[in-house]
Ligand binder design. Structure first.
Ligand SMILES: [Zn+2]
Length: 517
């Protein structure tokens, strides 16, 4: 791995130290106590594992969240043979479970069953990748330097490894807050990230799907499906994969798995990857394979937190497209769950899958009424004693980013003020607990920082538009489409803030917005 200039490392470490302080502030509120046990066993397990193996705590938590939403499933394996909160894997190509046993001295049974041991094992494996990549102590303190180690933790290579690591860094950028077994809360607060991708930077751009234009294309291993079909397509089969998005893509690339599906859908944002051509027979539903198209959804059937609105919408848009393209009726006789396919023993998508909502979305082509509680024509100053929809938006933004603003109730009290102050500290803003234009701008722009310019669309554009409305004090419609009005606003912002005036939203413009300039 290429070494980075020393000055860069020192700067990053200083920034990181500031985040660590605020992360402590943000997660200090006590979690509900388990009867007779430690009050917050998973938080303690993350802290201990992070300290023992010198892995950033938030990175460790983000990896676990990306893998399992921090649910160990009582030691039951994922589809790819992974175990526990950190998804330690034992399959023909990935042996992170065995590696963790060797590194920690814990038994494989303990690593599978015991959450604390599992988290320790995950940290040990991550650290071993960091050592193999030559990261020194300063670099290990820098979340951004861990990207190649996180990519290796996936067990995949190239595009899929980059996809995996990108997901983890998206959680770090956006922050996260999960409620885990026993009611304990695990938080990672949002932060600006600039991962050092090294050789993986070029692996990012996956090919586009040949059958469904919005999807990416990553081919399944050739032995995991059959070329051609022995029947005409008349069904779409809905699956939940018992695993993560990148983990499942990697599993279908693995020649040992002997399984595949045509499409895989991501929970957090609905991204779709196609892996088998529509004209070919994927191995996903036994006797129904020849006549069906299979869609796998990221997640586990027993955990409703995976079943997000973006995933439902994106999947429904895909199903509607496939139905239109192949003349498949949009009804429950032809859009079926894996559990409903004849002669199989699977239970997915399970009771948490909302068929009523899904079929409504399919009928509407995947569109539906977009609820948006964050977009306003202007953003007024909010402080202790304020009330209303904009306070609610502040609270929602803070909660989504891993802070503890109290109930999202539209009433600005002491918990909200403390959370605002913790956020302001991380962004280098005066920690006065008042949400003025600068804090609004930083809150609204937080998250990933893709390159945007005219023609772009999506949620990142919507974030940009809201942040510009707050920063400039003039209304820009948050329609998610980067057209001439957005271009004008971007140029106006760049001019006012002394940035290069080019209408392109790159690292400098995002950095200015995310620090509330
Ligand atoms: Zn299935």
């Amino acid at each position: 791995m290429p070494r980075r200039p020393a000055g860069h490392t020192a700067r990053r470490s200083a920034v990181l130290a500031a985040f660590t302080v605020s992360a402590l502030v943000a997660t200090a509120s006590p979690a509900p106590a388990a009867p007779g046990g430690t009050p917050d066993p998973m938080n303690q397990a993350f802290a201990r594992a992070a300290a023992r193996y010198d892995v950033p705590r938030d990175l460790l938590a983000a990896v676990g969240y990306g893998e399992t939403h921090l649910d160990g499933h009582s030691g039951r394996p994922s589809q790819a043979g992974g175990y526990g909160v950190m998804h330690l894997v034992s399959n023909p190509v990935n042996h992170s479970l065995e590696k963790a046993a060797q590194l920690t001295g814990e038994s494989r049974a303990e690593l599978r069953q015991d959450t604390e041991a599992n988290i320790l094992g995950g940290a040990a494996v991550l650290r071993s990748h960091a050592d193999a990549l030559g990261l020194d102590g300063d670099e290990r303190a820098d979340v951004d330097a861990w990207y190649p180690a996180v990519a290796r933790y996936s067990g995949a290579e190239g595009t899929v490894a980059a996809l995996y690591a990108d997901t983890v860094y998206t959680f770090l950028a956006q922050g996260l807050r999960a409620t885990v077994a026993g009611g304990e809360r695990i938080a990672v607060t949002s932060r600006p990230v600039a991962p050092e991708k090294g050789a993986l930077a070029s692996a990012e751009a996956a090919a586009q799907s040949p059958d469904y234009p919005p999807a990416k294309w990553v081919a399944a291993a050739s032995g995991n499906y059959a070329t051609g079909r022995s029947a005409s397509v008349d069904k779409v089969v809905i699956h939940v994969m018992q695993g993560s998005y990148a983990g499942t893509i990697s599993w279908f690339q693995n020649a040992a798995s002997k399984v595949s599906s045509h499409y895989v859908v991501r929970s957090s944002d609905g991204e779709v990857t196609q892996m088998v051509r529509d004209k070919d027979t994927a191995y996903h539903a036994k006797s129904a394979n020849a006549s069906s198209l299979g869609i796998e959804h990221e997640g586990y059937i027993d955990d409703p937190s995976w079943f997000t609105d973006p995933m439902y919408r994106s999947s429904a848009a895909l199903t509607a497209y496939l139905c239109n393209r192949y003349g498949i009726p949009k009804d429950r006789s032809h859009i079926i769950g894996h559990s409903e396919a004849p002669g199989n023993d699977h239970t997915d998508p399970g009771a948490n899958w909302n068929w009523t909502y899904y079929m409504q979305l399919v009928a509407g082509g995947g569109s539906g009424s977009e609820t948006d509680d964050l977009s306003f024509d202007s953003y007024a100053t909010q402080k202790t004693g304020s009330a209303g929809a904009q306070v609610k938006a502040v609270q929602q933004l803070l909660a989504d980013q891993g802070y503890e603003p109290g109930a999202v109730d539209g009433l600005f009290g002491t918990a909200t003020k403390s959370a605002v102050q913790a956020f302001q500290t991380t962004r280098g803003l005066p920690a006065d607990g008042t949400v003025g234009a600068r804090t609004w701008t930083a809150l609204l722009s937080a998250g990933t920082t893709p390159q945007l310019s005219q023609g772009a669309s999506g949620d990142a554009v919507r974030r940009l538009q809201r942040a510009l409305t707050a920063a400039l004090g003039t209304t820009l419609a948050a329609d998610g489409t980067f057209g001439p009005a957005t271009d004008t606003a971007v140029r106006g912002y760049q001019k006012a803030r002394g940035l290069t005036v080019d209408g392109h939203v790159g690292p400098d413009t995002w950095a200015a917005l995310q620090s509330g300039r």
